[in-house]
Design a protein around this ligand. Structure first.
Ligand code: S3P
Length: 445
């Protein structure tokens, strides 16, 4: 996308083999929380002050879309944002289609937020986003009375604003925080109590942040309910470092022969940190030191992490564990490739509809580095290798595939060339520089 913020997004990485990972790092702010802080701030009464904001392309797409919807947003510093809340009914029609770039979260949450407005909206995105499934949000929103058209279930998403939605009880067919959030956002505008039930826990940032904005929610087992018509009050949100960005360095520090790595101020919401449990089961040495304050503004737990290298062994991942580390599988499969023995992940069909088909992208990339693996309809089997070869990786324009293979170079015998890496800027601006500071030989070309 217009990323070019710096106008110089690299096309590929060349990563030198080996390296030590050590020191203290703070990775950029959480993407999921930054999107939500902007959106909830936009419909709140009063101002919302966001610190630790992720100035990545995905969140900038959300900010630009809100500006098109009439919301005044100031960014006095790269990671500091002030949203002048327009109030519940304060959004206004955009003059043109809203471009979500590469951001699936933005498109799905905006669909829930814009369905109950008094005006029509059209949502589009980049080539990857235009291929991603939107029916999963359209189905429950249509049950609420929303009028939404897609192209065979894919974007563009054309929304005919319908101010009088009905509350529903909706049981999600798959654990998806994006679908859950879209229904809850629409539920804020619906008459009655909206209830969402999840088949397994998914990230709960929307629920926590709605609470921080003064919305009353009720939790019962796997259900969350809220009454429509509640107003949000602007607040201060301190966004912690993104666990999903920290994940690349957690795995790197497990694999490299180095003393230890510290990652500071990391969001450790338990619906996000499944990777820690998986890696510990493989033999990793990861220490979690909760921060004294305990919680950031926005009701998110924060900790410093210390990782020491250790030999890893393969494991089998249970289907119920998948949603708790859904975005970490690319780098998890790199850990599996460097472990002794076999690793099996099943029940992970969702990985096929992320920014790329992540099962296929990882299978192809691991094969290119000499790692035996088998692509399954809903997962991947990997046999750990003594060492990886060098090679060329097609990241398929997927930020997390690109960063995962940069980590793989720690165990490679020759350079790894990673193609199509511009989208790393969607979630981790400055990744190459941060990785170099940590000890990875990443060169951005
Ligand atoms: C996200 C939810 C997850 C995750 C995505 C961010 C969110 O998607 O993969 O990167 O911020 O709600 P699903 O809801 O499709 O599982």
């Amino acid at each position: 996308m217009s990323a070019g913020a710096a106008g110089s997004a690299p096309a590929r990485y060349r990563v030198q083999p080996g390296g030590r990972i050590a020191g203290t790092l703070t990775v950029p702010g959480d993407k999921s929380i930054s999107h939500r802080a902007l959106m909830l701030g936009a419909i709140a009464d009063g101002d919302t002050h966001i610190t630790g904001f992720l100035a990545g392309e995905d969140c900038l797409s959300t900010a630009r879309a809100l500006a098109q919807l009439g919301v005044r947003i100031e960014r006095p510093r790269e990671t500091e944002v002030r949203v002048h809340g327009a109030g519940a009914g304060g959004l206004t029609a955009a003059a043109a289609a809203l471009d979500m770039g590469n951001a699936g979260t933005a498109m799905r949450l905006f669909t829930g937020l814009l369905a109950p407005q008094k005006f029509n909206s059209t949502l589009v995105g980049d080539a990857s986003l235009m291929r991603r499934p939107m029916q999963r949000v359209v189905v429950p929103l249509a049950m609420m009375g929303a009028q939404i058209r897609t192209h065979d279930g894919r974007p563009p998403v054309e929304i005919r604003g319908t101010p009088h939605l009905r509350a529903i009880h909706y049981s999600l067919p798959v654990a998806s925080a994006q679908v859950k959030s879209a229904v809850l956002l629409a539920g804020l505008y619906a008459a009655g109590r909206t209830r969402v039930t999840e088949p397994a826990p998914s990230r709960d940032h929307t629920e926590r942040m709605l609470g921080a904005f003064g919305v009353h929610l009720e939790h019962e087992g796997r259900s969350i309910a809220l009454d429509g018509g509640q107003r949000l009050k602007g607040t201060a949100i301190a966004v912690p470092a993104d666990f999903s960005s920290a994940a690349f360095f957690i795995v790197a520090a497990c694999l490299a022969a180095s003393p230890s790595l510290e990652l500071t101020n990391v969001g450790v919401n338990p619906t996000r940190t499944g990777l820690i449990e998986l890696l510990r089961r493989m033999g990793a040495d990861i220490r979690v030191r909760p921060r004294a304050a305990g919680h950031s503004g926005g009701a998110e737990p924060v900790a410093d992490l210390e990782i020491r290298p250790s030999p890893l062994h393969g494991i089998t991942v249970a289907e119920a564990e998948v949603p708790l580390s859904i975005d970490e599988f690319p780098v998890f499969f790199v850990a599996a490739a460097c472990a002794t023995g076999e690793t099996l992940v099943r029940g992970a069909l969702e990985l096929r509809v992320k920014e790329s088909d992540r099962l296929a992208a990882m299978a192809q990339g691991l094969s290119a580095l000499g790692v035996e693996n088998q692509l399954l309809p809903d997962g991947l089997w990997v046999r750990g290798a003594e060492g990886l070869t060098g090679g060329t990786i097609d990241s398929r324009g997927d930020h997390r595939i690109a960063m995962a293979f940069a980590v793989a170079a720690l165990r490679a015998s020759a350079p790894i060339e990673i193609l199509d890496v511009a989208n790393v800027a969607t979630s981790f601006p400055g990744f190459a520089e941060t990785a170099r500071a940590a000890g990875l030989g990443v060169e951005a070309l």
